[in-house]
Design a protein around this ligand. Sequence first.
Ligand SMILES: Nc1nc2c(c(=O)[nH]1)N[C@H]1C(S)=C(S)[C@@H](COP(=O)(O)OP(=O)(O)OC[C@H]3O[C@@H](n4cnc5c(=O)[nH]c(N)nc54)[C@H](O)[C@@H]3O)O[C@H]1N2
Ligand SMILES: Nc1nc2c(c(=O)[nH]1)N[C@H]1C(S)=C(S)[C@@H](COP(=O)(O)OP(=O)(O)OC[C@H]3O[C@@H](n4cnc5c(=O)[nH]c(N)nc54)[C@H](O)[C@@H]3O)O[C@H]1N2
Ligand SMILES: [Mo]
Length: 893
Amino acid sequence: MRVVVDGHACEVAPGASVLDAVRAAGLTLPTLCHDDRLRPVGSCRTCLVRVGGNVAAACVTPASEDTPVEAAGEELDALREDAVRLLVSALPARALAGGRSELAELCASMGITPETAKGAGGRGRDESHPYVHLDRDLCIACGRCVRMCADTQGAFALTLVGRGAETVVAPGGGGSWAESDCVSCGGCVDTCPTGAIHQPGLPPGACASRALPEAAVTTRTTCGYCAVGCSLDVVAEDGRVLAVLPGRDGPVNRGAACVKGRFAHGYLRADDRLTEPLLRRDGRLEPVSWAQAIDHVARGLNAAIAAGGPDSIAAISSARATNEENYLIQKFMRTVIGTNNIDNCSRLCHAPSAAGLTASFGLAGGTDSFDDIERADCLLVVGANPVEAHPVVGARLLQRALNGATLVVADPRAVGLAGYADIHLRPRPGTNVALCHGIAHVLLDEGLVDEEFLRERAAGLAELTETVKRYPPPVAAEVTGVPEADLVAAARSYGRARCPAIFYGLGVTEHLHGTDGVRSLANLAILRGAVGTSRGLGVFPLRGQNNVQGASDMGALPDSLPGYRKVAEPEARALAESVWGVPVPDRAGLRIPQMFDAARAGRLRALWIIGEDVCSTDPDSNRVAAALDACPLVIAQELFPSATTGHADVVLPAASWLEKDGTFVNFDRRFQRVRAAARPPGRARTDFEIVHALAAALGADLGCPTPAAALDECARTSPHFTGLSHERLDREGALPWPCPPPGGDARGKLYTDRFATPDGRAHLAAAPYLPPGEQPDDEYPLLLITGRRLEHYNSGSMTRRTDDLRLAPTDHLDVHPDDAARHRLADGRPVTVESRRGRARLTVRIGTQTEPGQLFCAIHFPDSNVNALTSDHADTATSCPEYKVTAVRISPG
Ligand SMILES: Nc1nc2c(c(=O)[nH]1)N[C@H]1C(S)=C(S)[C@@H](COP(=O)(O)OP(=O)(O)OC[C@H]3O[C@@H](n4cnc5c(=O)[nH]c(N)nc54)[C@H](O)[C@@H]3O)O[C@H]1N2
Ligand SMILES: Nc1nc2c(c(=O)[nH]1)N[C@H]1C(S)=C(S)[C@@H](COP(=O)(O)OP(=O)(O)OC[C@H]3O[C@@H](n4cnc5c(=O)[nH]c(N)nc54)[C@H](O)[C@@H]3O)O[C@H]1N2
Ligand SMILES: [Mo]
């Protein structure tokens, strides 16, 4: 569309505002209530222009071909200046004193001096929240924070109160900010133009992006908490982090962040951070030099090899560490030690996704790019709570739902997105396969399937049809506890959508039949032809840790080399051997639970645990501790003392994600750069440096002197990664795998031509529903679900060492009021939870998020001992623990 601005024609997109047109003409207009990320409201009157002769706010006026715009000129300048003067005159002097806010800059550009600010103030502050402070006197009621909170985050925690000049932002509900529904994403802090809402540590009247010291250095990196893969700009001075700002151009987060990525970096300088190697002597861990520690480990490993061979050594690599570190660790185990005993935390998490998605589609990752989410008109979210566990994705999904997409949530608990769902299915934990088969039954029965796709591109329809005959809605309803009508309605929503998308999490994978759960969910996408086509967005596993996808991609798995090439296959080994120059052992190694079995049986002589607190987070933790105690040499590579370091013989202090260089792979298979923004404390070293040091002590040279060199080498070990390098990622930003060389097509959306299975087809899976490993009975009558809460992360080792602890100070057991009454539990009081294996202590929280007979707690406070309860039942295909189903009993005290 052509719009004339001050006599010059300029080109803008249809639907553009006059503000867009003025900017397209190369002019700037002052704006205060406007933020490009938000819907415009035109309340501050600082962007006044003439449109067809009439004065109008440019941000809310649609541009038109027929109506010329006047933007320049003394009269308009004066009008705009008056609007700003009027706003400023009501503010106290400190509003402009620092000169480091959007408002202060605007005033300076207009020649409005600080003396203009003559307001009396006195409206007070709210400093109840650890990360977000409010100085009410500086609020100009522009409403940006309110819109940010509602329209991008979907938290609806803020509102404007008062009338006229007295209008001011306030947390909804009338209480303090800390008591409000604020999810601490920092969106309001980022958009506030006056610094009324500001970050503690920065002066009121200062915007974080403007108020940081001149000497501060900003480093672009990728968040190291969950696998969303938010781009963050980390501002540090003298190697210490001052602030973390979400990258507006971040490919996944687009300027958003969550409480952890945005604010929870205080752990970096926690008093008890490990800063030097420790060696156990006479039962106590004592500081030693790196040389002593590495020498001790090297001699221990040599002794283990001498006594039990290479397979008596095992390593757990870290899904928190970079790709390059994981690559190097698996290379060390395979080439220096000579064993495939290497695994990573994916075992506890999304191993069933890797297995299930590979079997159904061919590759061990999500099928599509999250960039396409705006196209989805039906979201099926199964066993995932992204509002808390992947908040930036959760917020985007919620906005899609608020903007018209149908939302179907399958989760036993009423949390997060379930509150906004068109249909909320509450299956009994462990019954997903029956639920999916019930839905598939309806799809087939009602002809809501893509016949042509099934004929041309899928396999296994006859077998699946036979299986799902046994799951008509009444049967599926009986097994799952989901009302028949809801199940049918969910099937019709998914079946009739133009572009449906499936998101799922641990509520699908962490079960006795987790891989079947993944596959029965994938069936739905195949039946609809909603994968590998423009008619759907396939299946997104909401993978967990920052680099759990990458750790597996890099081959930190007992049966797979980099790129999921199987150690058992001669061609796969031959390729790795040609790059590494040494033979690769051909027998699959031990999975994590098998490592513990071997240790308890006296067959494991050394276990190297890198960045996983196995004694807190692996199931049946009393037996895990027994395994470590039975193993002659346990090395724990950690940031902090933990339950696991308590059983270690050597503790090596590691650098964290803010202190190192490399890449992570996020939940939709994107490689993104990680860059050091801070210095590791004391003598802590990166995992990369530690592996090299250990290899050198054993007389080996792993090559790959730098992380960049490690990724270059990795690119030669698998066709999935040939086009990847730090240099290219630095230039082009995020890149998904499979990633061919530059010029090739690195696409987020997979399988548009063919599936990556041997026959090129998508494979339907016909396994029947089988019950969970553990069921409530008379002795243990309640079913405990375990999972996550927003403020803390996994073992909590990092978030408990930040002010997140003020937001969520304790661990709760969610109990339905009926169960609380039956078991004489009072809200806020201690409760003992017992299973067949152990005992945990938590604090009761009575509410209706859980169904009667079901309990929920998180895993973030190891002292509560939650994993003493969980069992060693595990996914029959991948050994992923059945964390979501534990039979327990409860008693007060
Ligand atoms: N704040 C925060 N974010 C995190 C983490 C964290 O610790 N804290 N951890 C990260 C990691 S490692 C991971 S893997 C992800 C996990 O992210 P999610 O998978 O979203 O997390 P969970 O809370 O473990 O489980 C998801 C949901 O599954 C439901 N569920 C349990 N059993 C069943 C079932 O049988 N069927 C269905 N349909 N649902 C069921 C639970 O009620 C729960 O709401 O989060 C990542 N992000
Ligand atoms: N009951 C129950 N248990 C569960 C789950 C559940 O839902 N229920 N979920 C499971 C899942 S999905 C997961 S992923 C696991 C997570 O379990 P863990 O992997 O044990 O938990 P994290 O807290 O993510 O990180 C482990 C350790 O790594 C350290 N660390 C962080 N960054 C680095 C680094 O760069 N280098 C090194 N060397 N160390 C680092 C941290 O200090 C922390 O102690 O828990 C599992 N346990
Ligand atoms: Mo996880």
